[in-house]
Structure formats: C-alpha cells, structure tokens
Design a protein. Sequence first.
Length: 121
Amino acid sequence: MFRMIGWTALLAFASFPPAFAEKGFDAIATQASRCWNLPPAMRGEPEIVFDVQIDASGTVTDIAVVSYSPGGEAGREAVLSASRAIELCAPYDVSGKPGQVRVKMRLVEKPLIDPFGPLGD
C-alpha cells in the first residue's frame, strides 16, 4: 500500500461567536487542509500557528504567523505554503460574522489510495 504525508489544520477560535465555533471548526479545518502541499525541501514534522482575519464574506483579509517549527529555510517555506493554502481555500463559511481565527497547521500521516489496485474493498 502507498503512503503519503498529508496535512491537517486544527483551528481554535479567538473572536467568533460560540455558535460559529461549534459549527465551523471541522468545516474550516477540512477546507484549509485540502489546499496545503508539503514543500519538497521540508523534512521532519512542521507545526505552524497563524492568526487569520476573515471578513463577513469568508475572505481571508490578513494572516500573521504566531510561531513555527522547525526553524530555518525549510520552516519558512512551510509557513509560506501554509499561508497560501489558507488564503487560496477561502471563502470560509463564517455565517456573515467577521473575526479572527487561530489556525494550527501540523503534519499528520495518512494513507494514499493506490490507483493501481482494484476498486472496492
């Protein structure tokens, strides 16, 4: 079976109303993780935390990195790719309420579907 490195975005809500936080957590995490590709030079397990400002239409209006590891050029490339992914995956469903979101992106391993194997099972 093939394996690949996948990405998951974990989000903690700073200033959205509680109803949005309950409803939007999984949807935004899933949406952001679909757009993030690991930079070729990245080794190890990066972890990146952003503060993301989102307007009422769900568009990302600002992103600021809070912390990231590992350091160095590979870490900076991971930050840039994650930031682009968060921006490109917009708009997010924020129910018309703008606010700030803390986004934690980290590496997780997930299986890749084998395109040469039989369908089913």
